[in-house]
Design a protein around this ligand. Sequence first.
Ligand SMILES: Cc1cc2nc3c(=O)[nH]c(=O)nc-3n(C[C@H](O)[C@H](O)[C@H](O)COP(=O)(O)OP(=O)(O)OC[C@H]3O[C@@H](n4cnc5c(N)ncnc54)[C@H](O)[C@@H]3O)c2cc1C
Length: 415
Amino acid sequence: MELDLGPEANKFRQEIRTWIADNAPEGLADLTDWNASSFGSIDESFDNALQSPQYAEWSDRLLKAGMICASWPKEYGGQDWDAIQNTIFAEEAFRAGVPTVNRGFGESMVGPSVMVNGSQEQKDHFLPRIISGQDVYCQGFSEPDHGSDLASVSTRGIIDGDEIVITGQKVWTSGYFRANMIFILVRTDTDAPKHRGISYVLLPFTAENGVDKRPLRMISGAAEFGHEYFDGSRAPIFNIIGGINNGWKVAMTTLGHERSGSATIASLRYEKQFWSLVDLARKHGRDKDPVVRQQLAWAYSHVQVIRYQGLRILAQIAAGKEPGPEASATKLFWSDYEQRLGEIAVGIEGAEALIRAESTGPHEREPGDYIPNFWQNIFLFSRAHTIYSGTNEIQRNIISERVLGMPKEPSAARG
Ligand SMILES: Cc1cc2nc3c(=O)[nH]c(=O)nc-3n(C[C@H](O)[C@H](O)[C@H](O)COP(=O)(O)OP(=O)(O)OC[C@H]3O[C@@H](n4cnc5c(N)ncnc54)[C@H](O)[C@@H]3O)c2cc1C
């Protein structure tokens, strides 16, 4: 998909295209399929490519050119890129087969939350460390008994002089193994109504700081997320964003950014995936099978709907409106779509889908494990899509209450 977004955007596209051609290190595009999803880690080539000198050089060039966290305002180290410029950059990187380098949770969630809710000193301290890659964050919201009902978090934070001391457990923490910082919700007042006794803390996420990190293995064999025990972990009060007991508001800023996410460029990946599915059907001699053809037509039409959903969000942002609860409809649509896509693909693979290759053991797997192929991974990992970033049931609640204006769900949990 290449959008015609008018002369200004087209000029920007040409500049970016030339910049990528001039600056992408030789061989970078061939190291791995950067355009495939890295979710659930399909094979080791992606991890190896991330460790390569070409990737390090590329990151360095992007950093020097201000193309990391480029959507952040200039005053915070970004380029003030708007949604259209971001989309163009992502499309051009996709087209060239090179990765965009982003700072994960730090870029998409912590940074915006600090910009909106932090003091000037906090912005000056935390934001440059995200851009440079010095601080890599993971998200510590969910607990064993509190996922959707986030306001019930029970991990304790006790103020001790000029520090906060944290004790408790978090779970399902994506990318825990690469993070040295965690943005964590803790209960700092047990007597206040539950939304009002929570603080949002940027906590050093290290064993030296009393954090015991353990992997959680997924059905795909990967351990991309973990659970952690905090035993007297400390952070300066300076690291509490938005003030003590005011964390709920900050968390809502964070989640708003999580859900609006990358809806505008998702269709590029889905389109590519669709054509791989067509190749798979050909490879297995199933492309003339009327049932398979019907499934392929179903998949293609869904990819087009995802594309138009992305364009709608893009148009909305271009018109100066923040993505609202409609983003829930988009998330609901693609998460259900990818689950069905995985089922179609393993159906086409047939008995072959039951066999997995033996792993040589990258960081998240044990040597001797069996790793899924591309389609097995889509099939297995897509189970998670209807759970993270708000489950499908929660998305439906948002749509019914905030888009359709239906009565609010009666809930003791509202507190
Ligand atoms: C791949 C993956 C990555 C994740 N990464 C992170 C991370 O990095 N950091 C983090 O903090 N968390 C993370 N999570 C956790 C995720 O946010 C939670 O799993 C999610 O919020 C659901 O919470 P829960 O698992 O406790 O389920 P529950 O909230 O217990 O829900 C159980 C079931 O009840 C339904 N339900 C709950 N409340 C309602 C309601 N009000 N109305 C209707 N139905 C309801 C749910 O839809 C679900 O089907 C991740 C999860 C996955 C799968």
